[in-house]
Design a protein around this ligand. Structure first.
Ligand SMILES: Nc1ncnc2c1ncn2[C@@H]1O[C@H](COP(=O)(O)OP(=O)(O)OP(=O)(O)O)[C@@H](O)[C@H]1O
Length: 244
């Protein structure tokens, strides 16, 4: 479903992704963790096609992205991405935000788009705020609306960059709950997070990235076991970031 082959990327002279390989089958959920500056956000943006890359290949379904080529719009639609920070347009209501990409990118009619938007807003408990502007919502509600804005485009795979960053502890659960539901429904997902309870209960695999390289990729129990017992470097990192 999604395969990353020997992906390398440089910003100028600085290499930020170094020979990264991974693949996800349909319905797989992988958590990606690692220290600040490891390259996690860059990895997500490169897979989605926001960022160019210089070596390797990215395959999603039947489409393969080559170095130096712009990602086709169909690629960007099939790979939904929820980046850090609020990405909603502040001058549009939540419903208008959700309808916009559908009418512009997928050329759905306004009615068709709103029908889809409302159905998904209802599923995440946000139907009542469809006429509000982003600043009138809590941070968690904004995050959930941002997730819905990707989902309305019916992506084949979803990438999340630290979706609970900056949320109050009591709001984290509502966002992770939506991700867990999506996983249960069979959505293929790559989630940058340090919420290890989520990784343990929802993910099929945990990937560890440092210095632009994917250094580990295995099922959660094995990952946390190995991290505790063997890898001093990772153990230090886990100890610093462990969420109880
Ligand atoms: N647009 C850019 N131009 C130049 N360098 C960049 C750019 N974006 C990121 N970098 C650098 O690339 C490296 C990887 O950054 P990235 O944000 O991908 O790491 P990260 O693992 O997501 O970190 P964090 O957990 O802090 O978000 C860092 O050294 C960063 O400074």
């Amino acid at each position: 479903m999604i395969r990353i082959d020997h992906l390398s990327k440089w910003y100028g002279d600085v290499q930020v992704l170094d020979d990264c390989c991974m693949s996800l089958d349909k319905g797989d959920v992988a958590v990606l963790c690692g220290p600040a500056g490891a390259g996690k956000s860059t990895f997500i943006k490169t897979i989605n096609g926001i960022e160019a890359f210089q070596r390797g290949e990215i395959t999603v379904g039947a489409r393969t992205l080559q170095p130096g080529r712009r990602a086709a719009p169909e690629h960007r639609v099939s790979v939904g991405v929820v980046l850090q920070g609020v990405q909603l347009f502040s001058h549009l209501t939540i419903l208008q935000n959700l309808d916009l990409a559908q009418t512009q990118v997928l050329h759905r009619s306004r009615d068709e788009a709103s029908f889809r938007s409302r159905a998904l807003l209802g599923r995440v408990g946000l139907r009542a705020v469809e006429a509000k502007f982003p600043h009138e919502l809590s941070r968690a509600q904004q995050e959930c609306a941002g997730i819905v804005r990707s989902l309305v485009l019916d992506p084949e795979v979803m990438l999340f960059d630290d979706p609970t960053a900056g949320l109050e502890a009591e709001q984290v659960g509502s966002v992770l709950g939506i991700l867990a539901e999506l996983a249960q429904e069979g959505m293929t997902m790559l989630v940058v997070t340090h919420e290890y309870d989520f990784a343990r209960s929802v993910a099929d695999r945990v990937l560890f990235m440092a210095g632009g390289r994917i250094l580990d990729d295995r099922p959660p129990e094995q990952f946390f076991d190995a991290a505790r017992r063997k890898h001093a470097r990772m153990q230090g990192f886990l100890a610093q970031t462990l969420v109880h």
